[in-house]
Design a protein around this ligand. Sequence first.
Ligand code: URP
Ligand code: ZN
Ligand code: ZN
Ligand code: ZN
Length: 473
Amino acid sequence: MTTTLITGGTVVTATGRSKADVLIDGETIVAVVAPGSQLLGTDLPAGVDTVIDATGKYVIPGGIDAHTHMELPFGGTAASDTFETGTRAAAWGGTTTIIDFAVQTYGQRVFDGLATWHQKAAGNCAIDYAFHQIIGDVNADSLQAMDGLLAEGVSSFKLFMAYPGVFYSDDAQILRAMQKSAETGLMTMMHAENGPAIDVLVEQLLAQGKTDPYYHGVARAWQMEEEATHRAIMIANLTGAPLYVVHVSAKQAVEQLAAARDNGQNVFGETCPQYLYLSLEENLGAPGFEGAKWVCSTPLRSRAEGHQDHMWQSLRTNDIQMVSTDHCPFCMKGQKDLGLGNFSKIPNGIGSVEHRMDLLYQGVVNGRISLERWVEITSTTPARMFGLYGKKGVIQPGADGDIVIYDPNGHTSIGMGKTHHMNMDHSAWEGYEIDGHVDTVLSRGKVVIDHNEYLGAKGDGQFVKRGLSQYLI
Ligand code: URP
Ligand code: ZN
Ligand code: ZN
Ligand code: ZN
């Protein structure tokens, strides 16, 4: 087993920062001690194979992106990142674990869907991976199968109030699934948008000749997100299910979550970098068909209405608990262009798995969040929320050696031909400049990124079984 010592850095966790050395033996952190202490420090213990100098840098737990869609079939095509390309890109950006969504399609059995996702991922990932289960068909057989999910290491499932005819659950199905969630402790994850009502708006806009990507954002109005979020909260309240609302973009939806939390309900919200930085006006409203790059659901919201500022504030106040990417990349050519002349045919999704840590660090630089909060919302809370904490999300003895050495004096220019390792023909983040840089990334003790060099390999990443959420009460 090789031993690695990271010296001279500032270890940052969700609760504080201190100068400390970190010793990793094989795949596991075995010691975290103040520099100069007897065990470690200036006098290296005999037998350390590799010493990494982290002087002037932050040493943080590897990022956990709890919402990705590698190879997701959608809109007549499939997300362009495979588990191989997507997890490699994640590693480049300082993410060392992803939780992807296994899909049960309509008419399929739950465990057949899960098995398909295992086949896609096994032996292909550069970093560790876990699964949530999409329940695309809530029926008696699926509800019974849900009893067996936890034993498979899958402790959460996603339902869709959007996309009628694809993944959609009606209120009766949501009620039954949430009863199962309350009974088993599995976290209910909800795509909260009123799909049937949105479909009417889509039809009406198209009939008026409003076919540009911008109208995707008009049709998926914030009222439809607020309404669905409220409905999900109320059914969760009735059933006692723990509820996690994914990709929250509307400030009114945040207010629903905040009110429910104030009321003592076990509900949580996730937002994504696109809802912090990008907007209906500037992105979806870009000239011609360009806005298709940013077609995702929930949609980008109006900056004039203040959704982005509100979302940053919610991260500070913990009305929103964490940030995932909802990484679901599609190329413009051959994929997004399926929706030329009809915005509703543009496959939904943005590729961001590589940039989440950097984009959120820029929030630290801009005074939006603290350094500790950065670690909390990108790593520690995701680990706690989804039953990975202890092994992931923290730097302490016994945890996996998943570590990022982040250089606050470095710089990252995001865009094609610069930092872009996702399998896409464009970047949704072209031109973003970050005052910081992912220097070194260790995944279970192995250096996978070393100063702009990729040293990992497909198959390094293992499937990680998850336990129940540590936020269950
Ligand atoms: O636009 C999105 N979000 N695509 C991925 C599927 C989903 O709803 O998360
Ligand atoms: Zn969704
Ligand atoms: Zn998603
Ligand atoms: Zn460097």
